[in-house]
Write a protein that binds this ligand. Structure first.
Ligand SMILES: CSCCC(=O)C(=O)COP(=O)(O)O
Ligand SMILES: [Zn+2]
Length: 219
């Protein structure tokens, strides 16, 4: 589908969703030091042909300006002439869209996702079990156990993007970059937000549980 065939209404809707989510996450302190990036897909999806709106690179995400977003194609190239640069991590979004066909991807850096991904970095996944918020991923089994993939935080983003298909688990809508931040996705912005919030709850829970367990007096 050509970018010009996607309706203006759909494009504006995607930008409005990004603006709302960006404002909310900024209020939570989820974009320290211009970190983080957000995207929402528009138009029809084909593995080889899709488009999405994404935050421009290096912007203060707690401010709203006319230069906050641009549209890119499945290769992360701008879909329209623009002086804006897409997020430095756009290729990771491209890979997640290609593998999942999802509708929105949100990436944030938090102290909890950094510490927990570093703690479990060597294992290559963050284990989580019997935490109620696992149900936010539509996993309803009692005492469910999940493994959230952790990828190395290479400076070269294409090298990280190449690893995405090998670790992506279709039942777990997230991947963490070690000591960097999480990518969470969903079929739309509402679902991606729910998933991101659940991951962040789980990371905070795990961090506090590790401390609590370490403080327990030996029997
Ligand atoms: C200042 S944080 C380093 C870059 C990063 O990890 C990030 O999420 C923001 O990069 P962007 O190009 O999307 O602004
Ligand atoms: Zn990042």
């Amino acid at each position: 589908m050509r970018f010009s065939e996607i309706t203006l209404e759909e494009k504006q809707g995607a930008l409005q969703e990004l603006r709302q989510v960006k404002e909310l996450f900024a209020q939570r302190g989820w974009f320290p030091g211009t970190s983080g990036n957000l995207s929402v897909r528009v138009g029809e999806f084909d593995r080889e042909d899709f488009h999405f709106a994404i935050t421009a690179s290096g912007k203060d995400k707690s401010a709203h300006t006319p230069e906050d977003y641009l549209f890119v194609d499945q290769n992360g190239k701008p879909a329209q002439a623009t002086a804006l640069k897409p997020s430095a991590e756009t290729l990771i979004h491209c890979e997640i869209y290609r593998e999942t066909g999802c509708g929105a991807i949100f990436h944030v850096h938090t102290v909890y996702n950094n510490l927990i991904s570093e703690y479990y970095g060597e294992e290559g996944f963050v284990p989580a079990q019997s935490i109620e918020l696992i149900k936010a991923f539509n996993i309803w089994e009692e005492d469910a156990s999940i493994a959230i993939p952790v990828l190395p935080n290479y400076a070269d983003i294409p090298s990280i993007a190449k690893l995405v298909p090998g670790v992506l688990n279709q039942t777990i809508p997230g991947i963490v970059l070690r000591n960097h931040g999480i990518y969470a996705w969903g079929k739309n912005a509402f679902e991606a937000k729910r998933h991101l919030e659940a991951f962040e709850f789980i990371f905070e829970y795990l961090y506090k549980k590790l401390l609590l367990d370490a403080a327990r007096p030996a029997k």
